[in-house]
Design a protein. Structure first.
Length: 303
């Protein structure tokens, strides 16, 4: 069936990590490590990180609507051209170029299987609560029902959801929530600053099945309930490796467009990429580094 196999990490993106020393007669491949680095396999990018109909919308007649898949594919193509023809050559970027890059970062962050599972769990909890409240109401006495009805809606705006809406968010988060989330994230990125980090190291940047990382180096200083990372945090850093030689870096700090990084910075970014992976990380050769697995504890007086 056409377009049934839908990649949540694009082949055009993963292709940058194909080993450059592939024996004659072999298909191109990347080195795919499991999360703990204990198992490694050679894999063609077309054969990993996909699911059937991940973004397909089915109408009431079970007709397949592929608008999201086609939209993502178009964005992938635009980004690949900019990456290969401008970023790799350290060329200046137009406003349109930057917007495509930021949109690609937002899309990668929101289109993965890990994000799908997170959203499904999140809305599943809300769904369970809604069902419980509904059951309590249906089983209540007429007097108690009247008391409940006098409360009215707690939502004074127009952005309210029915229980059916919540159930759809839980069952189909990619089809219902992904595009609005991409748009919202893109709008945040346009108010931040973007740089391209560069390295000449042979291994360079690694990537993963969930490669866009949000990191706030100041979060551990906040009380536990305020430690979640958001784009409004002034110290937040967003990284997305785009090849072994380059990674996108977005923050609230104005920096040059192209920045060369030392080995310490490269190791730090690779460590965060590996820790943020869902199940697998990708390297352009059969290589792993102990530092990528190192757990660094915050100062004891902060916890």
């Amino acid at each position: 069936m056409e377009y049934k196999k839908q990649h949540f990490i694009p082949q055009s993106y993963l292709g940058s990590w194909c080993d450059s020393y592939i024996p004659e007669g072999y298909d191109k491949y990347v080195w795919m490590f499991n999360y703990n680095g204990e198992i490694v396999k050679r894999k063609n990018p077309k054969n990993i990180f996909y699911e059937s109909d991940l973004y397909t919308i089915f109408d009431n007649e079970e007709k397949r609507i592929l608008d999201i898949e086609h939209g993502l594919s178009g964005l992938e193509g635009k980004f690949a051209l900019i990456r290969d023809n401008k970023l790799a050559l350290k060329q200046d970027l137009t406003v349109e170029d930057k917007n495509y890059i930021l949109a690609f970062v937002a899309a990668i962050h929101n289109r993965t299987a890990a994000t799908r599972e997170h959203l499904s769990r999140q809305w599943g909890q809300i769904l369970d609560l809604g069902k419980l409240i509904k059951q309590e109401y249906e089983n209540a006495s007429s007097e108690k029902k009247k008391a409940i009805e006098t409360i009215g809606s707690l939502n004074k705006g127009d952005d309210s959801f029915s229980l059916d809406d919540v159930e759809k968010f839980h069952n189909e988060p990619m089809q219902t929530l992904m595009v609005p989330r991409i748009n919202a994230e893109f709008n945040c990125y346009t108010k931040m600053h973007m740089s391209i980090l560069n390295t000449d190291d042979e291994v360079g940047f690694i990537t993963s099945d969930d490669p866009c990382v949000w990191f706030d180096p100041e979060s551990f200083k906040r009380p536990p309930m305020y430690r979640s990372v958001g784009l409004g945090n002034k110290k937040v850093e967003v990284t997305l490796p785009i090849s072994p030689k380059q990674a996108i870096f977005i923050s609230h700090t104005p920096l040059p467009l192209y920045i060369s990084v030392n080995m310490q910075t490269l190791d730090s970014i690779n460590r965060k990429t590996r820790f943020s992976a869902d199940k697998y990380f990708i390297v352009n050769r059969n290589y792993k580094k102990d530092f990528w697995f190192k757990v660094i504890e915050p100062p004891s007086d902060i916890i």
